[in-house]
Design a protein around this ligand. Structure first.
Ligand code: BGC
Length: 754
């Protein structure tokens, strides 16, 4: 494609038309210009291609027969970049086979509240995990010459008023918590497209937000792709084009075209801005159409892959007395509507028309002696005494009880938020009755987001299967029976109560505004800093084997010894992990950084590295992590940049955020100090702390005959502490300085600081 020539040959009207979708899924074609139409399709855990799309309906459930891979809440628990990449490769091939140019995902918004209806589609409460795993997925899909659409950019963390509410927060919170995952994904995988979200951020719609779509996304991060709107997210089309919002989806059915044309004619919109959007469209289309691949979509083969993926995602949350794995000789009571009808995906635009859904019940005969009683329905909160009695009766005759519990579809979906964090009452009631039988109870959960577990103490084991895709039944049975050793860990915290969640007081909206008052203290950043008990911490997950951690080294130096490093260097951390059990297993090792410099209030620690490796019994594997300046930094609004002060940082190696096995300190040097603002209100303590002014200010006070002349060498801690927070102007009242003398002082100080 000669993109520049095409742009030259396009009329203004054609350009205006080109930057809107034709219908729900296709872009505009211009045969005489050699521009074909391309088809985009929802995902991201399978294809929701609406083949007979007439462009006039959303048709959530009306799509091609496709394979439903595990949803993001599940795949996140794999903490496995290779797995994410491979799943992306497989989906990319599927896209090629059915002529889809771009899969609309991954969705990586941060899980701020367990109530967000779309949490099942999102990755994590931690931006590093969300960014790393989604970058791997994107690289996989795009290796097959198919695009992705990283969504929903940005700060779209709830469904309530999702198309109108304003996510209000300070710049630091936005950068650290709500943009970082996108930044990582953009920098590491350059998605072909990014989807601007429905919501507003600090009052401005994402689709009209120049700071977001151009200044940050393109100028700072180097994004080179196409920005498309979420479906129906455009409010003011011309404002969007000016801001860098290229493609309106699904289009305005022509309504906005004359408005765009008119705006160019009357000078409100520069034609160059429209051309930019056209160019981004053409580049996107070119990438797809000029690199088509011959692929076949073998649903049965991909189904098997979906099962294997889920096996790597299941999280064993609890396993008292090694009640699991089950033994094929044991008599098992399988209970719960989800054993027959698993919940394997969520509702809304990611809904796949699944090819082959496997329930635990349908495969049970290959595993052992298993009998089934429904106990409660899979799709509603209805207590049926007879069903319960049958389940309890069966349980009493069995050795162990496995309950498939979870959230019915209607409890969590795109479009609305959850009302509470509980399982249906009918399930909790029956679980209590089953616990009362005295038999070991094992709970398998199908949910897209945390649930309260009032029965936790009474049950022996809990297996979090999440919404594990169409093969979930088989994958879970393989884990229950030990054919697969579980290796997933939670990419989110499970609070004990909803009320413990840091967003609780400000979720979902107040008068169309969402107050992100908890700031950067999201998920474990809050629970761990507050030392609060949680049901299960971030990063937690058990195995059928045991791992022991040893030999932590920072830049080759054993932990405990002095390590200094330049802030701009790469710091390498290594740790040995030994499988001390009898069977092979995979271990996810987590690296957290804790800032001890005291420069600003920060979470007690933040995840900055993770890796998963398979380890044979008796084998020791060395995990290696590379840290850079960003691993230690926070976002400073003062310098409008990432900043890490000189000083001590602790490197923690953990099995979860609450199970830190080893730690060591590193002293960073080579950074700069944040400057004090030199005016009448600068505090004496700031001047003393700031290296460039410290000696000067102490000397000045020694020379002056103020009642504070001992400031320079006072060792009375109370005096020093008192002085610390005194603005320099107060020396008019408490010292003998005149305004003129203070002005002179400020001039000198400015010279030193600038
Ligand atoms: C969702 C997007 C989705 C789009 C197209 C929107 O409502 O927010 O995630 O890709 O619809 O179905």
């Amino acid at each position: 494609m000669d993109i520049e020539k095409i742009i030259k040959n396009m009329t203004l009207e054609e350009k205006a038309k080109f930057v809107s979708g034709v219908d729900m899924w296709t872009t505009e074609a211009f045969d005489h210009l050699g521009i074909p139409s391309v088809f985009v399709s929802d995902g991201p855990h399978g294809l929701r291609k609406q083949e007979n799309n007439k462009g006039n309906e959303v048709g959530i459930t009306d799509s091609i027969d496709a394979v439903c891979f595990p949803t993001a809440c599940a795949t996140a628990s794999s903490f496995d970049r290779n797995l994410m990449r491979q799943m992306g490769v497989d989906l990319g091939k599927e896209c090629q086979a059915v002529d889809v140019s771009c899969i609309l995902g991954p969705a990586i918004n941060i899980k701020r509240s367990p109530l967000c209806g779309r949490n099942f589609e999102y990755v994590s409460e931690d931006p590093y995990v969300a960014g790393e795993l989604s970058a791997a997925y994107i690289n996989g899909v795009q290796s097959q010459n198919v695009g992705t659409s990283l969504k929903h950019f940005a700060a779209n963390n709830q469904e309530t008023e999702r198309m109108y509410a304003s996510s209000d927060m300070d710049e630091r919170t936005l950068r650290e918590m709500y943009l970082t995952a996108f930044e990582i994904a953009v920098k590491k995988s350059q998605p072909w497209t990014i989807m601007a979200s429905y919501n507003r951020i600090n009052g401005s719609y994402s689709t009209e937000n120049k700071k977001l779509l151009t200044d940050i996304l393109r100028d700072e991060w180097g994004f080179e792709g196409l920005v498309m709107s979420d479906w129906g997210a455009v409010s003011d089309r011309v404002a969007g084009l000016k801001a860098g919002m290229d493609l309106e989806m699904p289009g305005s059915r022509g309504v906005n075209d004359p408005y765009i044309v008119e705006s160019v004619k009357n000078g409100e919109l520069a034609e160059e801005d429209l051309d930019k959007a056209v160019r981004n469209m053409l580049k996107f289309i070119e990438k797809f159409v000029e690199h088509r691949q011959e692929e076949t979509f073998d649903r049965d083969v991909d189904h098997e892959k979906a099962v294997r993926v889920e096996e790597q995602c299941v999280v064993l949350l609890k396993n008292d007395g090694n009640v699991l794995p089950l033994n094929s000789d044991e008599k098992i009571a399988l209970i719960g509507g989800f054993a027959k009808t698993p919940r394997y995906q969520g509702g809304g635009s990611s809904h796949i028309n699944a090819h082959n859904v496997v329930s635990a019940l349908s495969v049970k005969d290959s595993y052992g002696s298993i009998s089934f009683a429904e106990g409660f329905p899979y799709d509603a909160d209805v207590t049926d005494e007879a069903m319960q009695a049958e389940a309890v009766g069966l349980a009493e005759k069995s050795d162990k009880i496995v309950v498939f519990a979870g959230l019915p579809d209607v409890f969590e979906s795109e479009g609305y938020d959850r009302e509470h964090m509980r399982l249906p009452d009918c399930q909790n009631l029956l679980i209590d009755k089953l616990v009362a039988t005295g038999k070991p109870v094992i709970i398998v959960l199908h949910n897209g987001s945390p649930v309260e577990m009032p029965w936790l103490d009474g049950v022996s084991a809990v297996v979090e299967a999440y919404l594990g895709g169409e093969g979930v039944g088989e994958a879970v049975m393989n884990v229950l029976y030990g054919k697969v050793n579980p290796s997933g860990k939670l990419a989110e915290s499970f609070p004990i109560l909803l009320e413990h969640n840091p967003s609780y007081l400000n979720f979902p909206v107040a008068r169309h505004k969402v107050n992100y008052a908890e700031g950067v203290f999201v998920g474990y950043r809050y629970y761990d800093t507050k030392k609060m008990d949680v049901l299960f911490p971030f990063g937690h997950g058990l195995s059928y084997t045991e791992f022991s951690y040893s030999n932590l080294k920072i830049n080759g130096v054993p932990a405990g010894e002095n390590v200094q490093a330049d802030i701009n260097s790469t710091i390498t951390v290594t740790v040995d992990v030994t499988n001390v059990g009898d069977i092979e297993g995979a271990e996810i090792v987590q690296l957290y950084v804790s800032d001890k410099t005291g420069t600003i209030n920060r979470p007690v620690h933040e995840l900055k590295g993770f890796d998963k490796q398979v380890i044979k019994p008796g084998e020791t594997v060395t995990y290696t992590f590379d840290l850079d300046k960003r691993s230690f930094a926070w976002y400073s609004e003062e310098v409008s940049d990432w900043y890490a002060a000189d000083g001590i940082y602790t490197i923690e190696i953990g099995k979860s955020s609450r199970d830190i096995c080893l730690s060591g300190a590193v002293e960073l040097t080579g950074s700069f100090q944040l400057k004090p603002v030199i005016d009448m209100n600068v505090q004496l303590g700031e001047l003393i702390a700031y290296k460039k002014t410290s000696e000067f200010i102490k000397q000045e006070f020694k020379n002056a005959t103020t009642q504070f002349s001992d400031i320079g060498d006072s060792d009375d801690p109370m005096t020093v502490a008192m002085l610390e927070y005194m603005p320099i102007r107060t020396l008019r009242s408490f010292g003998t300085l005149t305004n003129e003398q203070i002005d002179e002082l400020l001039k000198e100080l400015k010279k030193l600081v600038d």
